[in-house]
Structure formats: C-alpha cells, structure tokens
Design a protein around this ligand. Sequence first.
Ligand code: 3UK
Length: 519
Amino acid sequence: MKAADLPLYYNAVDILEHNLDERPDKVALYSLERSMTFRQVSEEVNQVGNALKALGVRPGEYVALACNDQPEWVTSFFGIVKIGAIAIGMNVMLAPTGYEYILKDSRARVIIIHKDYLPKLEEIDNPLTDLEHIIVIGGEGSEGTVRYESWIAGQSTHLVAENTHREDFCSLNYSSGTTGTPKGILHAHKDYPLTAQLWGVNVLGLTEADRTFALAKLFFTFGTGGNLIFPWYVGASVVLFSGSPRVAENVFEMIGRFKPTIFYNSPTGYAMALAMDDLTERFDLSSVRLCVSAGEALPAPIWHQWKDRTGLDIIDGIGSTENFHIFLSNRPGDIRPGSSGKPFEGYEVRIVDEDFNDVAPGDIGNLLVRGETAALGYLHQYDASRRAFRGEWLFTGDKYYQDEDGYFWHAGRSDDMLKVGGIWVSPMEVESALLHHEAVLECAVVSWKDGSDLVKPKAYVVLKAGHAPSDEMAEELITFCRNTIADYKRPRWVEFVERLPKTATGKIQRFKLRSAAPV
Ligand code: 3UK
C-alpha cells in the first residue's frame, strides 16, 4: 500500500469509524475502568469533538493529552483528530519542565489531563500564557479546571468529521534529544492506515479475531500503533492498562483476566517477567499467540528464555517516533533471535559509512531508512532536522550490520543517547544530576550492558579533592540521582576515575567509555 492509494481527503478517525458499519456492538476496548463497544467509543469521541469545538478549537491547532492508558485517552485522541486538530500524546512521566517545554513549544490552548498529573502543571514556575482550558480526567481538579464528564455531558453524540487532507497533521509526539531538548515529531493522517497495513497486517498478521495488550503506553507511538490503531484498523479489540508497568504481577493478571492474543512489551519488560520464577505457574498466558518487542534491542538469550518458559515467539522490530512505528522487523515464521529481522514492503534500509557509501555486507555502518511514513522534520528545530531528515532518507542514529543471511543486527547508537527499558535517557541529564552532588567534580554517563545484555546507565566520576572513592560513596551518588531524576535514569554502576577522556577542545569522549559501543 502507498499513500497515494488513500483518498486525497482522509481523516484517520476512519480507523475507528469503519467499524461502525462492520461491527458496531463488538467490544472495542477492555480496561479496568470500563469496557466500550465501537459504537460507544464513537459516540463519546463525537462528544469530545463537539466539546472542543465549543471551546473554539480549530483544525490545525494543538490539543495536549496527558493521561494514563484508559478509555478517556482514546476518546480524547480521536475527538481531537476528528475535528482536524493535532493531538499531543504527552509522556506523563516527564518532569514539570518537560510539560512546560511541550505546552510552550506547541502553544496548546487546551490540555486534557488526568488528575494525577495536575501537580506537574502546578509546579511550573513560569506562566503558561497560551493555556486557557484544563480538562480533568479521573476526578475533580482544582479551581479553574473542568471535569471531563461534565465537559462532554450535554454534547451531541453526532459530529461530521473534518475533511482533512491525508497529509494534514493529526498527532505530535515529543522524543528526547541528546541535549535534553525534546524533539516534536508530527505525523499526518495518512501515516496511521499506512503503518497499520505495512507492519500490523502485512508483517504481524493481525486479524479481526485478535485482542492486543501493550505495556508500551499510548503516548508512545509504539503503543499508539500497536495497541490502538493497528487493531482497530482490522476490527480487533484492545486491552488498556492504566497501572504501572513496573509491577509485573499486575500486568500478568491483566493477561489472565482479559485474554489478549498479542502482547507488546520492551526487552526490559520481558527480562522483568522472566525474573519471576513462578511466572507460568502463577499466571495464565494461554490466550497469547504472539509477542512483540521494540524500543531497544532484544538480546537473543531473553528471546530463548521466553520461548523455553512460555512457548511463545517474540517478534523484535526496530521502530522510531520519526517513522511512527516499526520499519525493520522479524516476522512470524521467520525469526532470527537477537536480530531486528529484515526489511519489509514499504520501507527500504541502507547501511552506510560516514560518506554515505554502502558498507560491505557484515560491516557496521549507519542505518538509513526510506519510507512514506517518515515525519518531515522536528518542530522548531531546523539544525536537528537537517541532520536527521536527508531528503528521502532518514538518518536513524543507529549502528547496524547485516549478516550473511540478510538479517539486520543492532550495534549501538552513533550518538551518546541510551535506550533504557525502551525509553530514552540523555547522558547529559544524568550527568547534571550527579554534578549537583557536592563531591562530584566531573562525570560522564554512558551505556553499559547488564547481565541480560540490556543497556543501563553507568557513571564515571572524578571526585573533588577531599572526597575518597568508596562503595558507600557510589551508593550515595546513586541514591542522590534517584531523588532528583526519574528512577530508571539513575546510574546502576559508579566507577571512580582520576580523569575523563577528552578531545583537544575539552569535550568528553563518552564513546571511549561505553561497553555497548561498536568499534
Ligand atoms: C531504538 C531499537 C534496537 C533505536 C519505537 C517501535 O522506540 C521507538 O521509538 P523512539 O523514537 O526510539 C527509536 C530508537 O530506539 N530502538 C527501537 N526499537 C529497537 N533498537 N532494536 C529495536 N527493536 O535506537 C531507534 O532509533 O523512542 C519502536 C515502534 C514505535 C516507536 N516509536
């Protein structure tokens, strides 16, 4: 399928609404909060769309959405998309400064936010001059906010979709950058059915009989695609989980209860599950037919352990927010554990040297990808855009090599970024947290592989005079980070050194310190 196969005027709400003719009373969405049929979802989507219009939201305007995976995320998302506005699926785990950056960068006038995340808005020091309306999900908010239920109450359940061009934008996601500045990535209506067909149907083989469940959150395009867009594109149902994915027990209880057939997770998530000795005795995984992994490389040992313990195959594929979803993938019946599989129809990839010449098979180089679902650039970031979007080819920042059978193998990043549990960590953010500690003179944070071959942050630290290296000092620094930055970003190891490797101009050469680095 090509973008040109879609109608010129196309609204991605079709991914929900084609089900109204074909299966209106099928349960579209299961969750701990409530289950909803396609018809019920659609009616609430129309109410949200009408409520947004009543606030004066026009096509092309941004509307922020900060909520856990629950029915209101979905109804809000499609309500925004249906009126031709652009949904910002916000990473709810961001610090208040992250919320501030996104709201200012997008100039969103409306935010639909879960009550749990209101304190993040309240902690922002500077005024958010563009933000006019705060709609609160999950309870009563503070003064000046409107509760979601009362906001949509009384709104009509009928709404005609905005006649959007297939290349109008409908979503904005922010991905982390090396400097810590988030990169806004816009996707068009066309990218939704395209990725659904190219990977969801053609590679994964989703059908109407499936029921998906993901630990990747809906604000992450891995989750949006895998656990909402692709299943609804084929008329399958989704299972949403609003709880924390870190409590593995709760996750596996969801599987026993809602019986999904497809399970999406990150490699770290699979490793956490395997750490439960009684996983398969305690939980009923019998409904699952296929598992998917993305976000970071899935080491072969984890693939094999999962297969031994559960009998299930994991499909590992590399995707990116820039491409919306997976563009290089293993496929059912054709899996090489540890690799990212092979290219599939819709995307071409190349592995090139620093001069953009193709490397010899087996050699490591930079991965480029070409496909019709690539974004056009980063919002408000000309330089970063020019470096990544090179004409038709996208510079992924990933190092890759191809084996003699044509499978592609991830070999680290060409920048200093780390993927920890599938989530970006900028070394500079961890370093600046460490530098706030009175004993730290200098430091460098790099990727390091743990016992399962998964990447975690490691800190090299030069102490100030008067402070001596010790195990206690290492523990103290790790605890210090835990208290100031997100838990998953903390260094797992601290090594004390006399000095850090630097260039002649004094720039720290992190690549010389990392274990996961390609040569
Ligand atoms: C890394 C992988 C090895 C790689 C994503 C599936 O991760 C997603 O998007 P992001 O924008 O990050 C993209 C970067 O993450 N990566 C992702 N998957 C793999 N590395 N093996 C993998 N299987 O560095 C890539 O450039 O956060 C993944 C679907 C949608 C997504 N947005």
